[in-house]
Design a protein around this ligand. Structure first.
Ligand code: ACO
Length: 274
């Protein structure tokens, strides 16, 4: 086994509260092979428990965010080992995407280049996504004879309207960063030269918030998507009460105090001082 951290296929750099997680197979356009999918579990385990990570940014080295699944190693070579090997490979990939979706800290996908097929899953798993105008997205599965699996079909069902989703599923046509923002695949798109700065600024906004509240708010949103209105109402009361209990800083009371008693900030305009 390699002695390089994360076997060289993922890099993690820390910078003032942000953990920059970079898929690091640039010569293979950061396509996801079984090693990368296995290692990403360790990356997420480590970062969840590391105070240097207040926000996780997922990006790719070189010209690609990720060219999707590794057609050679993830599909052909794994399938040659039999059915159980395929199931194991799926567990590893689906598993780290699911863990990322419910990660303890806020997450941002920084889409710097190619983003195909299976890469829609980690893109979706991140709470927010900023793309470069120059990035290219595509459900290319149809081009090589499969349907968009590994959640990709579900991702576009959740994020796009039905006509748009079906169009990209059936044509495999690519869309650039600005179009991806227009259709809701990402929050916004900026020129590649501004991408890191924009993501850094967004991360700083998140870092200024109460982390217990941020985790509660993102989970609550993801959970209510499939709930009835009444179930959601009830769940949100209970989830807030759980957050009150978890927040040892009693941020909610402090936020009220600084506004009402101290008059040091206005919640409509900014966050309370932590
Ligand atoms: N699986 C396996 N190998 C890949 C993948 C992939 N998904 N993507 C790129 N590579 C490899 C290439 O085979 C090539 O390997 P080699 O140097 O050993 O020949 C290397 O990465 C570089 O790729 P190029 O095609 O030469 O790079 P280029 O910059 O010209 O094109 C592009 C980039 C457009 C991303 C192209 O590589 C491509 O179409 N990749 C496949 C994208 C795709 O459809 N992915 C699958 C989506 S479906 C799913 O994920 C289930």
């Amino acid at each position: 086994m390699s002695t390089e951290p994360y076997e060289g296929v993922v890099k993690v750099d820390f910078d003032n509260g942000v953990a920059w997680v970079t898929l690091n197979r640039p010569d293979k356009r950061n396509c996801m092979n079984p090693t990368l999918n296995r290692v990403m579990h360790d990356v997420l385990d480590d970062l969840e428990d590391d105070d240097r990570c207040g926000v996780l940014v997922l990006t790719g080295e070189g010209t690609s965010f990720s060219a999707g699944m590794d057609l050679k190693e993830y599909f052909r070579e794994t399938e040659a080992k039999g059915h159980m090997a395929t199931r194991r490979a799926q567990r590893d990939s689906y598993g780290w995407w699911r863990r990322l979706r419910w990660f303890e800290k806020p997450t941002i996908a920084m889409v710097n280049g190619w983003c195909f097929g299976g890469a829609f899953a980690p893109l979706f798993a991140c709470d927010l996504a900023i793309a470069a105008d120059e990035a290219q997205f595509g459900l290319s599965e149809i081009n090589w004879g499969i349907l968009p699996g590994g959640g990709a079909t579900k991702v576009v069902e959740q994020l796009m309207n039905q006509r748009q989703a079906m169009y990209y599923i059936l044509t495999g046509e690519m869309l650039g960063g600005q179009k991806a923002a227009e259709l809701g695949l990402v929050n916004e798109s900026v020129p590649l030269g501004d991408l890191r700065g924009r993501v850094r600024a967004l991360a700083d906004v998140l870092l200024a918030k109460n982390p217990v509240t941020v985790k509660a708010a993102k989970d609550a949103f993801k959970r209510v998507i499939d709930m009835t209105y009444d179930d959601a109402e009830d769940y949100l009361v209970v989830r807030q009460e759980a957050a009150n209990h978890l927040d040892k800083t009693e941020g909610r009371k402090e936020g009220i105090r600084q506004f009402i008693d101290e008059k040091s900030y206005k919640p409509g305009l900014a966050s309370y001082r932590r």
